[in-house]
Design a protein around this ligand. Structure first.
Ligand SMILES: Cc1ncc(C[n+]2csc(CCOP(=O)(O)OP(=O)(O)O)c2C)c(N)n1
Ligand code: SF4
Length: 286
C-alpha cells in the first residue's frame, strides 16, 4: 500500500464552510496528524456531531459516522468497545459537545475509553445561524440574546480536569503547527484525550475573531508548565485575566476502560463468537 498523503483522507466532496472559517484549519490539522502518525483511512473511525463542525463528515475520508447533535461520544464509545483495534475519534462543535452533549462529555471522560475528542469551539451555534452557545462570553449579542448573553460560559478545560481527563489540551485554529502537535499527542495517548480547539466563526461571531485570539493566547510550554501537575493545570485553566493558555494542560496515564474489561483483553468484541442466542432479544426490540 502506498504511503498516505493528506489527499488520502479527502473525499471528492468540497467543503461548504464560509470562506475564512476556522473549520478549514481543523480539517487540515486532522488530515496532517493522521498522515504523520502513519494511519490509513481504514484504520480510523471518525464520529461527527451535527453542526458546521460535523459537516466535515462529507469531506474527510475514513470510516465516518454523522450522527445526532450532541451524541458523537456515545456512538464513538460503542465503536471503541466493538473493535478496540480501530483508532476512534469524535468531532463536534461547542454547542454539540458542551450543550446537548455535556453529560456524555463528563461521563465518557470518567470511563476513559481510548477515544480522541476534538471540539471546534467557536463560541456560537454556527449551522443554525448564530445563536448563543455554552461557551459564548457574557454580553455576547446574537439573535437569541439580543441584549447580550447573561449566562457564565462553560470552561471545557476545567470540566475535563474535574472529570478526571488524562490528556487535556487547548489549541487554536489560527495556530496550525502547534495545534497539530496537540492533536498528534492526543491520538498517541492511551485513554480519553481531549483537545478544545478555539475556532473563529467569521460569519456569526464578530467578537472572538482571529485577531482577538492572537492578542490573548500564549503557549503553555513557553512557561515551563508542568503537564503532570493537576494543581498547575487547574490554575492555568481557571485564569481570570485576559490571557488564554494554549497547549497541553494535563497529561497522565490512567487505566483505560478497555484495560479494565476482561472480555476485551483478547480479541476485539466484533471478532468474538456470540455466547448466547440473541434472537429472542432482537424479537423483543422489533
Ligand atoms: C437533537 C438536535 N437538537 C438540535 C438540533 C439543531 N442544531 C443543529 S446544529 C446546532 C448547533 C450547532 O452548533 P455547534 O455544535 O456549536 O456547531 P457549529 O455549527 O458551530 O460548528 C443545533 C442546535 C439538531 N439538529 N438536533
Ligand atoms: S457559519 Fe461559522 S462555523 Fe459555520 S461555516 Fe460559516 S464561519 Fe464556519
Amino acid at each position: 500500500m502506498t504511503h498516505p498523503s493528506t489527499q488520502t483522507f479527502e473525499t471528492s466532496q468540497a467543503p461548504t464552510w464560509c470562506p475564512g472559517c476556522g473549520d478549514f484549519a481543523i480539517w487540515t490539522i486532522i488530515k496532517h496528524a493522521l498522515v504523520a502518525l502513519g494511519y490509513q483511512p481504514h484504520h480510523v473511525v471518525i464520529v461527527f456531531g451535527i453542526g458546521c463542525a460535523g459537516n466535515q463528515a462529507n469531506t474527510l475520508r475514513a470510516y465516518t459516522f454523522h450522527g445526532l447533535h450532541g451524541r458523537p461520544l456515545p456512538v464513538a464509545l460503542g465503536v471503541a468497545l466493538a473493535n478496540h483495534h480501530l483508532k476512534v475519534i469524535a468531532v463536534g462543535g461547542d454547542g454539540d459537545g458542551y450543550g446537548e452533549g455535556l453529560a456524555h462529555f463528563i461521563h465518557t471522560i470518567r470511563a476513559n475509553p481510548n477515544i480522541t475528542y476534538l471540539v471546534h469551539d467557536n463560541q456560537v451555534y454556527g449551522l443554525t445561524k448564530g445563536q448563543v452557545s455554552p461557551t459564548s462570553m457574557v454580553g455576547f449579542r446574537s439573535d437569541s440574546t439580543p441584549t447580550g448573553s447573561i449566562d457564565e460560559p462553560i470552561n471545557p478545560i476545567a470540566l475535563a480536569l474535574a472529570a478526571g481527563g488524562g490528556y487535556v489540551a487547548r489549541g487554536f485554529a489560527g495556530d496550525l503547527t502547534h495545534t497539530e502537535q496537540l492533536v498528534k499527542g492526543a491520538l498517541e495517548h492511551r485513554g480519553f484525550s481531549f483537545v478544545d480547539i478555539l475556532q473563529p466563526c467569521v460569519t456569526f461571531n464578530h467578537v472572538n475573531t482571529y485577531a482577538w485570539f492572537y492578542q490573548r493566547t500564549f503557549h503553555l510550554e513557553d512557561h515551563q508548565h508542568p503537564t503532570g501537575d493537576l494543581s498547575a493545570a487547574w490554575r492555568e485553566a481557571t485564569r481570570r485575566d485576559d490571557k488564554m493558555p494554549l497547549g497541553l494542560f494535563y497529561h497522565v496515564q490512567r487505566p483505560t476502560y478497555e484495560d479494565q474489561v476482561p472480555l476485551l483483553h483478547g480479541r476485539p468484541l466484533v471478532e468474538q463468537p456470540l455466547e448466547r442466542d440473541i434472537t429472542p432479544l432482537l424479537h423483543t426490540l422489533s
